[in-house]
Design a binder for this molecule. Structure first.
Ligand SMILES: Cc1cc2nc3c(=O)[nH]c(=O)nc-3n(C[C@H](O)[C@H](O)[C@H](O)COP(=O)(O)O)c2cc1C
Length: 356
């Protein structure tokens, strides 16, 4: 990868992107983006968990240009990072996930495109036709409609969010009395106004589905699917039994169950339960290249970035997202070099330890 020094005017560190996002976003948008559920213990725990790990570098390993590229479900990735499905994306930049998709096409990573985003699955696909993309959807009565659209629009896989049968109780968001245009979640509402998704989002998603219904529904569409929102070994096993092609360890960025475990804290348990049968991904709290390093060392095949990508979008649209991934990659690359990790495949728990 290029080690050219950044040009003037470019963001030089991820903190600058976060600061620019905070400066630029109206208060309602910032509250919607940053808040979590309940007393936000899960939200805080996600960050605290990364702070409990340190890297155990292997000096003099002769590693000069570690390879960050890998692949996931047959999708080539320049770095083991995907952008998360975050709804309401036009709040952060007018072209929301269209910009994310274009940025990711340039970065060589994949986007997970939300069902309750500001743009349709088809619009995001058209924005970056050659780019890798995964369509996120919820297990609900319109699953078949959304899955068929995702497939027809040439997506590589599905991502089924299993931790959001109803939206978490988000006290900070509620107390903020946000005035947000519901259209920011309506990208996939059908033209005839039928309530495919989103239009009646809160009322529409319903906690009635079980793994059996999900197994049957995913089998009807014949696409590999990621189970998003797994926090226990038991849930991972249930997802595998239902046919998941990958497990995404996630607490929805602290926006659903509060308190629940930090994703990172349960990653080793889940990776052990999955035992290499399918890739295990992680999201919730990833903010730096060091976080990516620790997650990979503890068994993740890739990480998914939610707020970090949204900060990039809010700070500078397509460029902001691309630069976020570039800086994240740079940080990871530097740490792999310093620590003697030649390749993503060489990661293992020996490269990290609990902070004493
Ligand atoms: C503003 C916002 C909107 C989100 N919308 C969705 C969504 O529609 N579907 C979904 O599965 N996850 C959604 N998420 C959760 C993300 O996909 C992801 O799990 C989470 O952001 C990861 O944590 P992080 O923000 O700490 O990286 C949303 C997250 C945020 C911050």
């Amino acid at each position: 990868m290029s080690s050219a020094f950044p040009r003037d005017g470019e963001f030089l560190a991820l903190e600058e992107i976060h600061a620019a996002a905070v400066r630029r976003l109206p208060q309602d948008a910032l509250t919607y983006l940053e808040s979590g559920a309940g007393a936000e213990r899960t939200l805080r725990a996600n960050r605290e968990a990364f702070g409990r790990w340190v890297i155990r570098p292997r000096p003099m390993s002769g590693v000069s240009d570690p390879k960050t590229s890998t692949s996931l479900l047959g999708i080539p990735l320049s770095v083991p990072v995907l952008t998360a499905p975050f709804g309401g994306d036009a709040l952060f930049a007018a072209d929301g996930h269209l910009a994310v998709a274009r940025a990711n096409a340039a970065s060589g990573i994949a986007s997970i495109v939300p069902e309750v985003g500001s743009f349709s699955y088809e619009e995001v696909a058209a924005a970056a036709p050659a780019a890798a993309r995964i369509g996120q959807l919820h297990p609900h009565e319109s699953f078949d409609v959304s899955a068929a659209r995702i497939k027809a629009a040439g997506y590589d896989a599905l991502c089924v969010t299993v931790d959001c049968p109803i939206v978490g109780f988000r006290a900070r968001t509620r107390m903020g009395r946000l005035h947000l245009d519901p259209a920011i979640w309506h990208g996939n509402v059908l033209d005839d106004g039928s309530p495919n998704v989103a239009a009646t989002y809160e009322a529409h998603i319903a906690p009635t589905w079980t793994w059996d219904e999900l197994a049957a529904a995913t089998a009807r569409h014949g696409m590999p699917w990621i189970a998003k929102g797994i926090l226990t070994a038991e849930a991972a096993e249930a997802a595998l039994d239902a046919g998941a092609a990958a497990i995404l360890v996630s607490n929805h960025g602290g926006r659903q169950v509060d308190p629940s475990a930090a994703s990172l804290d349960v990653l080793p348990e889940i990776a052990a339960a999955v035992s290499g049968q399918v890739p295990v991904l992680l999201d919730s709290g990833v903010r730096t290249g060091a976080d990516v390093f620790v997650a990979l060392a503890l068994g993740a095949s890739a990480v998914v970035i939610g707020r970090l990508a949204a900060y990039g979008l809010a700070a500078a649209g397509e460029y902001g997202v691309r630069r976020t991934v570039e800086l994240l990659t740079r940080e990871l690359h530097v740490l792999m070099t310093l620590s003697g990790v030649p390749d993503i495949a060489a990661f293992g728990s020996g490269f990290v330890a609990r902070r004493s």
